[in-house]
Write a protein that binds this ligand. Structure first.
Ligand code: ATP
Length: 485
C-alpha cells in the first residue's frame, strides 16, 4: 500500500493512503508530527546520561578504585598510585601463595563471574533470548527476562534468571541448545531457582570429567562411610559418594559404558571394612568377566557364584533366607543397622540382572531369582542388606524389578527414552543426557548421571577407573598370609 503526505499547515502533516480512484471514499490516518531537532538531541542526551549512571552504579567498586588512582596520579604524579597499589598487589600475591583455594573462592571466582557477566551474559542477553523465543512483545513493548546474578565454578557458570511472569522452566528447557550456542557453552542445564519465578541456568564451559580418574586410594577403615562411599567425582569437582546403607543401587549402561568401574570403585571403597569383617560382598557373576578377576576376594570375604545351573540362584536365596532370619532377630529391638562381625553389612552384587530375570533359559530359575531379588530389595534395607545390580538393557520388559532400587545410576545408554526409565520421569529434560555420553572409553566410560536425595536435578558423575592391576593389588591386600608364605 502506498502512502502520501498532505501538508495541512506549518508542522502539521497528514499521512493518507495514496488513491488513484477519484470516486473512492477518503481514508484518513493520524497526523505525523514534526519533532523539533532540539528535543531529539535532548532525549538522546538524557538516555546517554541514564546509561552512564546505571553503568557507574553497577560497577561502583572498579570505577571508584580506578578513578581514585587516576585522581592521585593526576594530582601527585604516577609514583603515588604505584605506591598505593604495591601493598595491595603484594598482599594478594601473598594470599595466593599462602592459601590459593580461599583466594580463588573469595577473589578469583567473583572477579571471573563479574567479567563473564559483563562480557558474555549481559552483552548477548537480549539477542540470544529474542532469537531463542524467550521474550514477549505486548502492545509494541518488548518484555525480557532479567539476569539477576552470575556465579562461576571451576568448569561451569550458574546464571540466576527471573523469568517473565507466566513463563515456566519448560520454555527454557526446550531451547537449551540455542542458549548453549548463543553464549558459547558446551552444554546448558536448567535448574530450579531460589524462589518461584526464578531459575538457575547452568552453562558448562568445559567437561571436567573428560579425563579418566585413576583408582582412588584405599581409605582407612575408620574413614569408610556406608552412607556415602567415595567412588569417583562429580562434575563440580567434589567427590561422588554412593550411599549403600539403607538402599539398593541399580547401575544401567550399554555395553562398554563402564559399569565395571562403578562396581570395582565401590568394592575398593569397602575393602578395609571387608578385611575387618564388617562388610561382606556376595557376588553373582553370570558374565564371568568383570567379577571373576576378584573372585578370590569374594570367596574369602563373602561368597561368589557364576554357576548358571542354579548356583547363582542358590546364592541369592541363601541371602534372602539369612536376611529373613536377621529381620526376625532384629524385630522390635533396633530400627537402625550398625554392622558388626556377627552381623556384617552384606552387599549382594549382581553383574547382569537381566541374565537372571530375563535371559536365563530355565523358567524355574528365572522365577526363583526374581522372587529372591524381590525379597532382598523390598525388605533388606533396614537389616544391613544392599543389592547392587548392573544391567545393559534398561527396558521395562527386561527388568521389572527396577522400581525396587531406590538409587539408580544411568551410564551411557543406547536410546534417549531409556534415560527416564532408569532415572525417573523428566530426568532427561532436566539435563541427564545419558544417551549422548561419548562411546570412546577414555572420554565417556564410567561417566553417568545420578539423582541425589537433596535435589531432583540429575548430577553428572564419573567413577574412578580401577584397572586390572589395581584389582590384583586389592586381592593381594586381602590375602596377606598368602603373600607372606
Ligand atoms: N571409569 C573409567 N574411566 C576410563 N575408562 C574406563 C572406565 N571404566 C571403564 N573404562 C574402560 O572402558 C572399557 C569398558 O568398560 P567395562 O568393561 O567396565 O564396561 P561395562 O559397562 O562393564 O561393559 P559390559 O557390559 O560389556 O561388560 C574398559 O575396557 C575400560 O578400559
Amino acid at each position: 500500500m502506498a502512502w502520501e503526505f498532505r501538508k495541512l499547515g506549518p508542522g502539521e502533516n497528514v499521512a493518507v493512503e495514496a488513491q488513484r480512484d477519484p470516486f473512492a471514499a477518503p481514508k484518513w490516518a493520524p497526523p505525523v508530527w514534526h519533532m523539533p531537532e532540539g528535543l531529539v538531541l535532548l532525549v538522546n542526551l538524557v538516555r546517554v546520561i541514564v546509561r552512564t549512571v546505571v553503568f557507574l552504579v553497577r560497577n561502583i567498586v572498579p570505577v571508584s578504585v580506578l578513578s581514585g588512582l587516576g585522581w592521585l596520579g593526576y594530582r601527585f604524579g604516577w609514583t603515588v598510585p604505584v605506591v598505593v597499589l604495591a601493598p595491595a598487589v603484594l598482599g594478594l600475591s601473598g594470599w595466593v601463595l599462602a592459601d590459593r583455594p580461599s583466594f580463588v573462592r573469595w577473589v578469583g571466582r567473583p572477579a571471573l563471574a563479574r567479567w563473564r557477566l559483563v562480557t558474555v551474559y549481559r552483552r548477548n542477553w537480549q539477542p540470544v533470548l529474542v532469537t531463542a523465543g524467550l521474550t514477549k512483545v505486548h502492545k509494541g513493548r518488548e518484555y525480557l527476562p532479567s539476569l539477576v546474578r552470575v556465579r562461576c565454578g571451576p568448569t561451569s557458570d550458574r546464571v540466576l534468571v527471573t523469568m517473565l511472569k507466566g513463563q515456566a522452566p519448560d520454555a527454557w528447557e526446550d531451547v537449551t541448545p540455542n542458549l548453549a550456542h548463543g553464549f558459547g557453552a558446551a552444554l546448558v542445564r536448567v535448574r530450579i531457582g531460589d524462589r518461584p519465578g526464578r531459575i538457575w541456568l547452568e552453562f558448562v564451559r568445559r567437561d571436567a570429567l573428560a579425563v579418566p580418574i585413576p583408582a582412588l586410594p584405599i581409605p582407612d577403615a575408620s574413614a569408610v562411610d556406608l552412607s556415602g562411599a567415595e567412588i569417583g567425582r562429580q562434575e563440580d569437582g567434589s567427590p561422588w559418594r554412593l550411599r549403600l546403607l539403607g538402599t539398593h543401587v541399580l547401575i544401567a549402561g550399554a555395553t562398554g559404558s563402564g559399569k565395571g568401574s562403578v562396581i570395582w570403585s565401590t568394592i575398593r571403597a569397602l575393602l578395609p571394612l571387608m578385611l575387618a569383617g564388617l562388610v561382606e560382598v556376595w557376588a553373582v557373576d553370570p558374565k564371568r568377566m568383570e567379577l571373576s578377576f576378584g573372585r578370590a576376594l569374594f570367596e574369602r570375604y563373602g561368597r561368589y557364584s557364576d554357576d548358571p545351573k542354579g548356583g547363582m540362584v542358590d546364592l541369592l536365596e541363601a541371602a534372602a533366607e539369612d536376611m529373613n532370619a536377621r529381620a526376625e532377630r532384629f524385630a522390635g529391638l533396633t530400627r537402625s543397622f550398625t554392622p558388626s562381625r556377627e552381623h556384617p553389612f552384606r552387599v549382594v552384587l549382581v553383574d547382569e540382572l537381566a541374565f537372571l530375570t530375563a535371559y536365563c533359559p530355565e523358567r524355574d530359575l528365572r522365577k526363583r531369582a526374581e522372587s529372591a531379588l524381590a525379597v532382598l530389595t523390598s525388605q533388606g534395607r533396614s537389616v544391613g542388606y544392599c543389592v547392587i545390580g548392573a544391567q545393559q538393557d534398561a527396558r521395562k520388559e527386561v527388568n521389572n524389578l527396577r522400581n525396587l532400587f531406590p538409587d539408580r545410576i544411568a551410564l551411557r545408554l543406547d536410546e534417549d527414552e531409556q534415560v527416564d526409565m532408569v532415572l525417573g520421569d523428566g530426568a532427561r529434560d532436566r539435563g541427564a543426557l545419558a544417551d549422548q555420553i561419548s562411546p570412546i572409553p577414555e572420554i565417556g566410560a564410567g561417566v553417568g548421571f545420578v539423582r541425589l536425595e537433596t535435589t531432583p536435578d540429575p548430577v553428572r558423575v564419573r567413577a574412578a577407573y580401577v584397572s586390572d592391576d589395581d584389582i590384583r593389588d586389592m586381592v593381594a591386600l586381602g590375602f596377606p598370609d598368602v603373600e607372606a608364605a
